[in-house]
Design a protein around this ligand. Structure first.
Ligand SMILES: [Zn+2]
Ligand SMILES: [Zn+2]
Length: 411
């Protein structure tokens, strides 16, 4: 659909379709084709097929959607579902909650909270809706007589029943708001499943095993999901769900390469001509890695095995000799990170997007405080911005800084 066709939401004066398109693109369901047109990825097609398939109930579709968006990004943050869950857990840990307590509370809610007016009976609900106020959270957690909340709960409940949202508290919980029943139950379920997922990732070595275990968890509080049917879907779409698993565990790309793709040497030109590759399936992602490995080698040759930040005032490059190559050891950094490839009309797999750095500078780029990082980013940016433009890649320095600063917090 072209951007001109997006409908405008009269109430907010926003483009309605955009509200949905942005998260869908970030979930890797779409990618840019031209500046105003998005095309569906293999992963997007799988989820579309499920949506149109009446043999799955809504709840089964929801669980499959959960599996499908796990490796998406949001706010420039890859694997967003896991990072967001960590963020919520950190707050709960800060006020003294343990994993066991949180899991128990979540499970209790998922099993027992069937009425939308009952959400106010759960401590976790108040905590989620006031997560930014640590003082208040501590109060609920430690000092506040839990029953003391029931007066406030009754008050909010009576306002919701009569449809009066005159004060801030009642409006906060109005239907379709951020803190209504459906939203809350979904939050709880995602936190609960993702906590489990994190332990399963540590224990499992196979993608099917992880999805299987999550489905067992779902079955522990809901009978609506037919695990066998969902596993069949996952297996039928192995290429997609295995790739999501690889993203989650951060599987080393070299391993995937060895398993699936015998190295073939190609020229930079040949490799760049392959163009954009859909990275949502294992097969195509492997092709992408093959392309990437050629470009990495070429990039090292092109910079004469010298760090691209060598000679800048604030840096002090450190080299040692690489045992396998008998040359200075260099690491290759992707200037526009792979996670954001769908944001560009043209392929980002071009040699200009590969930056060769000594281990010192590479670590600096990822781990230094923002002020020390800034000069390095600026220098790399100035050196390649025109070259990238020639390959049809237009990058904004501000966005790039945000991307690098944010993603480096995660690795
Ligand atoms: Zn260096
Ligand atoms: Zn890097």
């Amino acid at each position: 659909m072209s951007r001109e066709e997006w409908e405008v939401n009269a109430r907010y004066n926003q483009i309605q379709a955009k509200i949905y398109t942005v998260p869908m693109r970030q979930s890797k369901l779409f990618r840019k084709k031209t500046d105003s047109i998005y095309e569906i990825t293999a992963k997007g097609q799988a989820i579309l097929d499920i949506c149109n398939n009446d043999s799955y109930n809504d709840y089964e579709k929801k669980i499959i959607s959960y599996f499908t968006i796990l490796d998406g990004y949001f706010d420039l943050c890859p694997n967003y579902v896991i990072k967001r869950t960590d963020f919520i857990l950190d707050i709960l840990y800060k006020i003294g909650f343990t994993d066991n307590e949180i899991e128990e509370e979540c499970l209790n809610i998922l099993k027992n909270c069937k009425n939308k007016l009952n959400i106010f009976d759960y401590k976790l609900f108040w905590m989620v809706s006031f997560y930014h106020d640590i003082k208040f959270l501590n109060l609920i957690r430690n000092e506040f007589n839990y029953k003391g909340l029931s007066n406030i709960a009754d008050y909010v409940r009576s306002n919701l029943t009569s449809g009066q949202y005159k004060d801030a508290l009642s409006s906060k919980y109005r239907p379709q708001g951020n803190y209504d029943y459906n939203m809350f139950m979904e939050d709880v379920e995602i936190v609960y499943l993702t906590m489990k997922l994190k332990t399963f990732i540590d224990e499992s070595s196979d993608y099917i095993d992880i999805y299987q275990k999550i489905l067992e968890v779902v079955n522990s509080y809901s009978q609506e999901v037919d695990s066998k049917k969902i596993i069949k879907f996952i297996v039928d779409n192995k290429d997609i769900y295995e790739q999501i698993y690889f993203c989650l565990i951060g599987k080393i790309e070299e391993d995937i390469l060895k398993d699936y793709f015998p190295r073939q040497r190609k020229s930079v030109q040949e490799v760049e001509n392959i163009g954009k590759i859909d990275n949502t399936t294992t097969k195509t992602k492997t092709e992408l890695e093959a392309v990437s490995s050629v470009l990495k080698d070429m990039a090292k040759k092109r910079c004469n095995y010298r760090c691209e930040l060598d000679g800048v005032d604030i840096e002090s490059c450190r080299y040692f000799t690489d045992k396998s190559e008998n040359r200075p050891y260099l690491e290759v950094h992707q200037f526009i990170p792979r996670e954001f490839s769908n944001e560009f009309v043209n392929s980002i797999e071009v040699i200009e997007n590969y930056v060769c750095l000594c281990p010192h500078c590479h670590r600096l780029l990822h781990h230094a405080v923002d002020s020390e990082k800034a000069a390095a980013i600026k220098r790399l940016y100035d050196n390649r911005i025109d070259l990238l433009k020639n390959k049809g890649l237009i990058v904004d320095l501000k966005l790039l800084k945000d991307i690098i600063i944010l993603t480096s917090k995660l690795t």
